[in-house]
Each structure stands twice: as C-alpha cells, then as structure tokens.
Write a protein that binds this ligand. Structure first.
Ligand SMILES: [Zn+2]
Ligand SMILES: [Zn+2]
Length: 464
C-alpha cells in the first residue's frame, strides 16, 4: 500500500455498523471488521498503483466483552482483537476497529488517536499490513482511516457504498454546466455522483455501443471498455457509431467507441482493454471500476462477472436479450436487466446463465484447436446460427440497464434503489419482476465467506 487506499463498504456491513447506534441506545459501541484487499497494479485512468479495501466480515463486540461505555467513550477487553489479528494474518485480510459517536461527529477524537495508536502498534507487530478504523456518528455519517505506521494514520477519503442504493462519499467538485437539464431533474449532488462513478463496459457490441454514449451524455468522466471484436457488415444494423468504411478498415469495435467519445469532447476519459471480460488482462481494470455494465452476449463472461461482483463488491448490471421468431406472425422478444449487488440473487440462481455453454466458450478461448476437435466429434453444443437482433430492442435494453443504475444513485424510483431483476417483453408490451431466491449454498450470492473476499489465489477462488 504505497498510497492511501479507498474503501468499498457493502450494504449489509454498513447496516451492521448502523445497528450499533440503536444497540448502544445513546452510548458508544464498538465492533471488529475484516476487509479483503484488491490490489490494482495499474489503474486504467491514472496508470498508478492503487489499493482498494472491501468490507468482508463484521463482528460486534458483545456486551459481556464491554468494560464500560457512555455517550463519550467505550472500552472493551482486547482478547477478541488478538483473535481478529490472527485471522487477518492467516487469511491475508486487513483488520478494522469500528466504533460509534452517538452524540458526537464522524471525526476521530484525541482519545481515539491515543487508543488506536496502541492497537495499531500491536497489529503491525503481528504482521498485518495496516489497521483500519471506522467511526459512525449518530446521523449515520462515517469517517475512516488506516494506520500503516505505528504513529501515523491516513484518512480514507473515498468510500463506495455498494448495495441496491449506490453512493460514493468523498467526491469533490461540481457537475459540468452541460448537465444543466439533468441537474434540474436529479439535482447537483446526484449529478456529481453520476459523474464520479468509474464505469466499466464489458462488451462493445449492440448493447455496449448504445450504453457507452449514454454514460457520456450523463457526464461520466472515467470509463473503461472491454472487447476485442472487429466490426463486420452485419453489425451495421445496430452498432451505434459504426460506419460502412469501418467495416472495410476492419476496425475494432473499441476504436469506433473511442472515436465517438473523443469527438464528443464532453470530458470523458475512455480507457480500452482489448480482451474479453474474464481474461486475466481485464482483472486489474475491472477491480478499478465502481460499476460494471455486462453487455456481453456470451455465457463465459457473464459467469465470470457474476462471481466477480460477489468477491469484489463492485456492482455489476447485467443486460440480456432473447429474440426469436416463433412463427410467421409472432416473435418472442425479451430484455432482462439484473443487478448484482450484496443482497440480490445471482444470475446462476436466476437461471440466466447456461453453465454448459459458459464452459464451452471458456474452452474455445483457452484452447481453440481442442474446442474444434470436440465440436467435430459432437461433444460440445457449439454455436448455432447467429441470433436475430434489432437496434430498437438492443438500445432499449441498454437504457433499462442505465436507468436501473440511475435509480440506485438518484433514488428516483423509490428509496429501495435498484431492483434485482426486471424482464421486459416487447412482444407483450409488459414488464415483470421475477421472484428469484438465492440457493442457500450459492458461492456467488449466499455464502458469507465469498462476500467482499477480494484478492485470492486462485483468482475468485476458482479455476474458470
Ligand atoms: Zn471515538
Ligand atoms: Zn446465487
């Protein structure tokens, strides 16, 4: 950790911290936490090394461990702290102290400085990379810092609050003047939030090509695209920004989108990773995002991001389309948007990923010759004919996905924020919200040990 890290605070953990306020009923309370570590070797926008810490586990200090507590102080036995340090050290996590200031502000007091310096010394001697401290005031405001040296703590300015509602604390500045009409609807604060999210777009095809220019018009300043496809003639019916001459020039789709963004001159920096989401070349940049739009039509990429969202706590908004001609007079036209945040069921539990197709696609990428051999021997399903696609439906699906994200930030559709899944049927002109329940043992949406676990070896604790 060479620079001050930033934090991703997951909604269930933030709720647990808040519950200390009611539990303490006016007197201070404390808790321990563990954070996963996301090391980013090269941030796609600044090229600098960065560390993010993701909330992973929360444990309140029980009443029988309390020595004394009032509205102005709390002291407790430190046996639990020694146990916390041991767990952090063996699992490669960062330990944290949490306490409340029910009558004060979200600011560290001189007493906090003294107490924490002592505990930080113990933690660093134990061999953990740092000790995080979080304080929550009675109004729910938070402050956080990290001790990486025994006598000096560094403030953590930027916190991504990740759940059905989305927020980044610590953003500075004002939204761009060109956003005037948007500010009239959502207000300055929400517009500043929208601009501050670093957005990943996985897949530069029909939905990605529609989605990226929407982010541009919403004032997003930093985005990164993941794709390595070349435009072809049959893309021209739906790929926003594509020209006939691009087909002749065999342009990568990412180059078309970069041109769209740079010619607009609206202040967006668009980074490009020429790889499919899930390939090792994409991991670093994905970890740097505050939201990822999954605009790919492959099952392998979707399978990867489904798991990635769980381990890193970075919201993934998945767009899926299914279109087919049923008879001479009827079509099935579905668009689905699912939001993968703590508390929502995952795509596997929803039955929205075909695990067999995902494995085949992964094999095709890793070992094309082996895949062709299996296909020739009819051991794999392989791709069928290209699926139908029409620009109006792909574009509307993209807008649904972006609107869901905006609902998470601006709360325009209610304080609950993003819905787990919306399914629009263009052929029936209706929309449904399928009820999906997490499988109790699902490692992508239910098991506590995967939530916010961040970096692991192997990556995502899996071999896919
Ligand atoms: Zn304090
Ligand atoms: Zn699941």
């Amino acid at each position: 950790m060479t620079r001050a890290p930033d934090i991703i605070l997951l909604d269930p953990h933030e709720k647990s911290i808040r519950s200390l306020l009611s539990h303490g009923a006016g007197s201070e309370r404390s808790a321990y936490m563990l954070f996963g570590v996301a090391e980013i070797e090269k941030d796609p926008w600044t090229q600098a090394q960065r560390t993010r810490l993701v909330s992973h586990q929360f444990k309140a200090v029980d009443d029988d461990e309390l020595v004394s507590a009032s509205g102005r102080h709390v002291t407790w036995q430190t046996d639990g702290f020694m146990h916390l340090l041991t767990t952090a050290k063996t699992e490669g996590l960062v330990p944290a102290l949490v306490h409340t200031h029910p009558v004060g502000e979200a600011r560290f007091s001189e007493q906090d400085d003294r107490n924490e310096a002592e505990l930080a010394r113990t933690a660093l001697l134990k061999g953990v990379p740092g000790l995080i401290s979080v304080v929550m005031a009675g109004n729910g405001d938070l402050a956080a810092r990290i001790w990486t040296q025994k006598d000096r703590a560094v403030d953590i300015g930027r916190i991504l609050h990740s759940g059905p509602r989305l927020r980044i604390s610590g953003l500075q500045g004002a939204p761009e003047p060109f956003l005037d009409r948007q500010i009239r609807l959502f207000g300055e604060q929400a517009s500043l939030q929208i601009s501050g999210f670093r957005c990943g777009v996985a897949g530069g095809g029909a939905t990605g090509s529609a989605l990226l220019p929407m982010l541009l018009r919403l004032g997003v300043k930093e985005a990164v695209q993941f794709d390595r496809d070349i435009v072809d003639e049959t893309n021209l019916n739906r790929l926003h920004g594509a020209r006939r001459s691009d087909v002749e020039a065999e342009m990568p789709k990412t180059a078309i989108h970069s041109r769209t963004v740079s010619e607009a001159e609206l202040g967006m920096t668009l980074a490009t990773i020429e790889a499919w989401a899930g390939e090792p070349a994409t991991w670093d940049a994905l970890k740097a995002c505050d939201v990822i739009f999954c605009c790919t039509d492959d099952h392998a990429g979707r399978m990867f991001l489904n798991r990635f969202a769980r381990f890193y706590g970075i919201p993934v908004i998945d767009v899926g389309l299914a279109m087919q001609r049923r008879s001479d007079t009827a079509c099935d036209l579905f668009a689905r948007v699912s939001t993968l945040v703590p508390g929502h069921p995952c795509l596997l539990c929803g039955g929205y990923i075909d695990a067999r197709r995902a494995r085949e696609e992964a094999l095709k990428r890793a070992d094309p010759a082996g895949y062709e051999k299996l296909r020739a021997e009819a051991y794999v399903l392989g791709e069928g004919n290209p699926s139908p696609a029409v620009v109006t439906f792909t574009t509307e699906a993209s807008a649904m996905a972006v609107n869901e994200w905006l609902a998470g930030i601006a709360g325009f559709a209610g304080q609950g924020g993003m819905l787990p899944t919306r399914m629009r049927r263009f052929h029936a002109r209706d929309e449904r919200r399928p009820l999906v329940v997490s499988r109790g043992d699902c490692s992508c949406c239910a098991l506590p040990e995967t939530l916010g676990r961040a970096d692991m070896k192997p990556f995502l604790d899996s071999v896919i």
